[in-house]
Design a protein around this ligand. Structure first.
Ligand code: DX5
Ligand code: ZN
Length: 216
């Protein structure tokens, strides 16, 4: 069982990005989670390609890109070329995820398929064996600092049992409202990777918060 932590840079202080990335480098964080929002798939706009350069330059941890965009097929290759270690997009943003997954795989980059909380988790099942990771959103994609949706717990157990039953090594990532209090329960339910934005960057001691979530 994995216990990986991926702080979301969305909650970093962009006026002092280099310092925040150095904190991540020093910390026990496993990946840096990168939230890309287009203002169409979600009602918010974050950042795009220009920031991949400083992320890649200053962060020593793998870059876990979460695309909250329409037409991911147009952009996944550029995120791969910009240094992404993993590229994920939303199942509900595409008609057929397989060609998009193919574009990412052709670049030698890890794949992730994501669903919002209102998407039937059964829709992920046909793809469990074709992706490196599935990301179950535990808030509606678009904003940091939202409250964790408790129904996510049963979805984690369900996907975990499917992955184990089929003998797959697909990772389960959880994103939204994760904190030091719910991290133990999330790992116990079968999550492999926890994304945390405000619970890390808003903590008085972000490195300690990361350590606490990981070692819980
Ligand atoms: C939300 C993003 C999350 C967000 C998490 O759309 O996908 O990664 O940054 O933020 P917190 O941890 O504050 O809920
Ligand atoms: Zn995210």
């Amino acid at each position: 069982m994995n216990r990986l932590i991926a702080p979301s840079v969305l909650s970093a202080d962009f006026a002092h990005l280099e310092q925040d990335l150095q904190m991540i480098n020093r910390s026990e964080a496993d990946w840096l989670h990168i939230d890309v929002m287009d203002g169409t798939f979600v009602p918010n706009i974050s950042f795009g390609f220009p920031l991949m350069k400083p992320f890649k330059q200053y962060c020593t941890k793998p870059l876990d890109v979460h695309l909250m965009i329409v037409h991911p097929e147009k952009y996944v290759e550029r995120f791969c070329d910009a240094g992404a270690w993993s590229v994920g997009f939303h199942l509900e943003a595409v008609d057929d995820p397989l060609p998009v997954l193919g574009l990412i795989k052709a670049k030698g980059v890890r794949t992730c398929l994501t669903i919002n909380p209102d998407i039937d988790v059964n829709r992920l099942l046909p793809y469990l064996g074709q992706v490196d990771m599935v990301l179950l959103m535990s808030v509606f994609a678009g904003f940091g600092g939202q409250k964790f949706i408790p129904e996510t717990m049963d979805k984690i157990r369900f996907v975990r049992s499917e992955i184990d039953r089929r003998g797959l090594s697909t990772l389960i990532e959880i994103d939204g409202g994760v904190n030091t209090s719910n991290a133990p329960e999330l790992f116990a339910a079968g999550a492999d990777v926890l994304v945390a934005g405000s619970a890390v960057f808003g903590a008085p001691d972000p490195e300690l918060a990361i350590r606490q979530m990981k070692k819980c």
